[in-house]
Design a protein around this ligand. Sequence first.
Ligand code: ZN
Length: 132
Amino acid sequence: MKLEHIGIAVHSIQDSAAFYRKALGLEIFSEEEVPSQKVRVAFLKAGETFLELLEATSPDSVVARFIEKRGPGLHHLAFETSRISEKMEELKNLGFPLIDARPRIGARGHKVCFLNPKGTQNTLIELVEPHE
Ligand code: ZN
């Protein structure tokens, strides 16, 4: 499966994007708020893969709680699939617990779901089915 993006929890998209621009020449490709997740996200294009900078918009957002517990940094890996529902069913049948019972609409209008990190070597994994 293709690594579609790497999610990074940040205090400030502005500060973080400035770092990636200055150090690595990466520019913001798109930016939006995802109210259902209480986050603002910015996608930076790094070749075939994006970096997704995640900034909490509320203290009770999962990203805010993550930063509180573990500090800013690597948050999740997102893999692309063209058939997210089938892939979810397959993972469930293999005994991997999912956080989402069904796909939901995430950033960029893509269908997404998350696997429970308890079943994935403690790394949060997202599946993404791109919106055409
Ligand atoms: Zn993501």
